[in-house]
Write a protein that binds this ligand. Structure first.
Ligand code: GAP
Length: 537
């Protein structure tokens, strides 16, 4: 599937728009249109229902070490600044970036890609920020220009390495790098740390006194409410706390449609368990979360679960697996992260209690400043847990399945896009674009279509539409030929089209058409709501 086709459909049919588009847009920010908002809401609702609301704490799910509780939270985006000091984000949440002295542009160090190119005795590393589909072509164009050659002279150049990112070069190679927007060598600076948190000011206080941050993850709101949740409910470890909400990261180079945005939504669970059981719970959540994506339609080779190597683990983590999807905008064979499932040990609860832990210490100890005091002071609150049956007191370990609602939405859109042929009203095969979205997440569940705009068909159709509308998002359309109306619905992923025809007027039955199999069958109009409900929930 070509990404351009999906991007164009998303704009044309109202799934996704660039934020502030009439002013030229704002890089890294996206708006969901009338269909996009329904799709994303259905994904978030499916996650909330499957993980939290419909969870039965009385039953031990298959693969789980025991039964467990689930509750939800909705925390603020701006929190006490000390939260981010103790979480490690203040000191450690950064990417490396390089600036170009010539073009004044800024790039993420690990996103600038290029190849070594030689001509006679000169060897340079030519880079580009072009999308994978065009990067080879763009590299050739830039290399020819740099060596003052014309297209027909391409064989004079030797491309003597495979494509690699700038961070793989040694510092001695940097003077030979041709920056993505520069015409001279060696214009990129050395990599520098860039904190990804957005800063803001609270109230009338200016300067550092009033400084605060927009949360870069929803997780910390759950940790700092751990005691509130335990004290205000009868919940017992093991239990999970779920939260869905906006997060903000000042990404250096947002790209690939909504994949890397500066404002996005997360769906996170912090699962608190006994340290002795944490390895088993980690396995359970990895499998459970992978299956969730499969159940909603992501499957086959495009979806995979990848265990992190030791050098990839975050500062708090003693085990992380990513659920990844082969997004079409990535180079062949590459996958992008949809969700991370991390074993965070007791890093977060202890940091918020004792003071920020030093991630380099084993066992973890509070990081101290030059005066021997905690570098970032914790709350001083006891965040341990006492099991009232065994009387044991311990600091729970945490397993964190952390998903992105926007990345999930994008993956479901990519997976759903298909082109095939379907017969029109005269039985002739016509090419069509069809979004094969799982009915549970499809923005519109059914379209109600009177075959013609007369003979009482619209009246019967509007009556049915009214009954369906009380339960789901449905669409009414009486304009244009029926084949054309079907195709308009196929293109936005509506799983069922219901047609009212002359037979309907005689026997009060209607035809239901399945988007994927194109099968059609008749049901009594009075059974239509329950038939659709059975199929879309
Ligand atoms: N609390 C752990 C945490 O935030 P993360 O891997 O940084 O972990 C979790 O983020 C998920 O949030 C990612 O797997 C991804 O789906 C989503 N996400 C992270 N950064 C994003 C961005 N810039 N744009 C869109 N989604 C993002």
């Amino acid at each position: 599937m070509q990404m351009e086709k999906l991007v164009s459909l998303c704009k044309r049919r109202g799934f996704l728009f660039q934020s502030s588009e009439i002013y030229g847009g704002l890089n890294g920010f996206w708006d969901y249109g009338p269909l996009g908002v329904e799709l994303k809401r259905n994904i978030k609702d499916a996650w909330w229902r499957d993980m939290c609301q419909n969870h039965n704490e009385l039953v031990q799910p298959p693969g789980a070490p025991s039964s467990y509780d689930m509750v939800g939270l909705d925390c603020t985006i701006i929190m006490h600044p000390q939260v981010w000091k103790c979480s490690g984000h203040y000191d450690l949440f950064h990417d490396f970036m390089v600036d170009c002295r010539a073009s004044k542009k800024r790039y993420r160090f690990d996103q600038v890609r290029g190849k070594w190119v030689a001509r006679d005795h000169q060897r340079v590393f030519v880079t580009t920020m072009a999308e994978p589909d065009h990067e080879d072509e763009e590299l050739q164009r830039r290399a020819l220009k740099f060596f003052n050659l014309r297209a027909k002279d391409l064989e004079k150049l030797v491309f003597d390495s495979k494509m690699m990112t700038l961070d793989k070069l040694s510092p001695e190679d940097r003077p030979f790098v041709l920056g993505p927007d520069s015409s001279e060598l060696g214009t990129l600076t050395d990599p520098r740390e860039f904190n990804l948190m957005f800063k803001t000011y609270v109230g009338a206080l200016s300067g550092e006194e009033g400084a605060a941050f927009l949360r870069p993850e929803t997780a910390q709101g759950i940790f700092v409410n751990f005691k509130n949740v335990v004290d205000s409910t009868r919940i017992r470890v093991p239990f999970g706390v779920a939260q869905v909400g906006k997060s903000f990261r000042n990404e250096i180079t947002p790209r690939n449609f909504t994949f890397r945005s500066r404002e996005f939504e997360q769906m996170e669970i912090e699962f608190f368990c006994h340290p002795n059981e944490s390895a088993a719970w980690y396995q359970y959540w990895r499998n459970r979360r992978l299956q969730w994506y499969k159940d909603l339609g992501l499957a086959g080779e495009r979806l995979r679960l990848r265990e992190h190597d030791a050098d990839e683990l975050s500062h708090y983590s003693c085990g992380t697996a990513d659920i990844e999807y082969a997004f079409p905008f990535l180079p062949e064979g590459e996958y992008g992260e949809l969700e991370g499932i991390a074993h965070r040990g007791d890093f977060d609860l202890r940091s918020h209690s004792e003071g920020k832990l030093d991630p380099k210490t084993r066992p973890l100890q509070v990081e101290l400043n030059e005066h021997g005091q905690p570098r970032h002071r914790g709350s001083g609150k006891d965040l341990s847990y006492r099991d009232d049956l065994s009387n044991e007191r311990f600091i729970p370990h945490v397993i964190e399945p952390s998903a992105g609602a926007d990345r999930a939405t994008l993956a479901f859109l990519c997976q759903a896009y298909d082109e095939d042929e379907a017969p029109d009203e005269d039985g002739k095969l016509q090419s069509r674009v069809v979004m094969r979205l799982n009915p549970r997440i499809a923005p519109i569940k059914a379209a109600v279509l009177p075959l013609v705009k007369k003979d009482g068909m619209p009246e019967m159709a509007t009556e049915l539409y009214g009954s369906l509308k009380k339960k789901f998002n449905v669409f009414y359309d009486e304009k244009a030929a029926i084949g054309r109306r079907y195709r308009r619905q196929d293109e936005i992923g509506t799983p069922y089209c219901i047609t009212i025809d002359s037979q309907s007027l005689q026997d009060r039955t209607v035809t239901i058409r399945d988007r994927d199999s194109l099968e059609q069958w008749r049901v009594k109009i009075d059974d239509c709501v329950s038939e659709i409900e059975r199929r879309v929930t």
